[in-house]
Design a protein around this ligand. Structure first.
Ligand code: GRF
Length: 207
């Protein structure tokens, strides 16, 4: 049998997407393995969740490195050490430089809580409410050199309700994030994704 795809998960905070990916692996819906969890924040809940689940977890604290490049070099080193095939950004709150993106070209995924290209960047749910959007949602995309601008793999729409607060909308979007992120990773590990310019073609052929 082929070796499972090894994931390197980068997370700065709560770690609920990390958790949903791990649950998909453990319930054998996602044929992959987590090689390492990396956080840039020593107190990230994602690190606690990883430790509880007995996964290798390390902190690479930006404050300990004189430059962004040295910080990213250390993360790259850790990912290579753990023989990572795919880098999964799960609430990683730092923009990665072209240096990092090139090191894992077309092998970095991110999830964003809006229907891109609408509302990139921070506070996407609040942006959607302020704008008066009736529909928002979430997007899984490959990471390129821009911010939330890489080729889109999967999206899921979520209605914005008149009474929504950023928190209530975020909670409903998060439920969908937990569905589409493991699914997008599954397509990747099954070798079903092909990038053609801006488009990601999903091979829907027979299993
Ligand atoms: C999610 O809303 C994700 O879309 C965004 O950051 C948040 C991470 O949440 N990129 P969690 O740490 O996975 O719970």
């Amino acid at each position: 049998m082929a070796e499972p795809t090894i994931l390197g998960i980068l997370a700065s905070g709560r770690g609920s997407n990390l958790q949903s990916i791990i649950e998909s692996i453990r319930s054998e819906k996602l044929p992959a393995r987590v090689g390492v969890v990396v956080s840039d924040k020593p107190d990230a809940n994602a690190l606690k969740r990883a430790a509880e689940l007995s996964l290798p977890a390390i902190c690479v604290d930006r404050k300990q490195y004189p430059s962004q490049q040295e910080f990213e070099q250390e993360i790259i080193k850790q990912l290579q050490l753990h023989q990572i095939d795919l880098v999964v950004l799960a609430g990683f709150m730092r923009i990665l430089s072209p240096f990092f993106v090139h090191a894992f070209a077309n092998r970095i995924m991110n999830i964003h809580p809006s229907l891109l290209p609408a509302f990139p960047g921070k506070n996407a749910q609040e942006q959607a409410i302020r704008y008066g959007a009736k529909i928002s949602g979430c997007t899984v995309h490959f990471v390129d050199e821009g911010m939330d601008s890489g080729p889109i793999i999967l999206q899921q729409a979520v209605p914005v309700l008149p009474e929504d607060t950023p928190e209530s909308l975020a909670a409903r979007i998060l439920e969908q994030e937990h569905q589409i992120y493991p699914q997008a990773i599954k397509f990747y590990v099954e070798n079903k994704l092909r990038i053609e310019g801006r488009k990601v073609i999903i091979d829907q052929g027979n299993d």
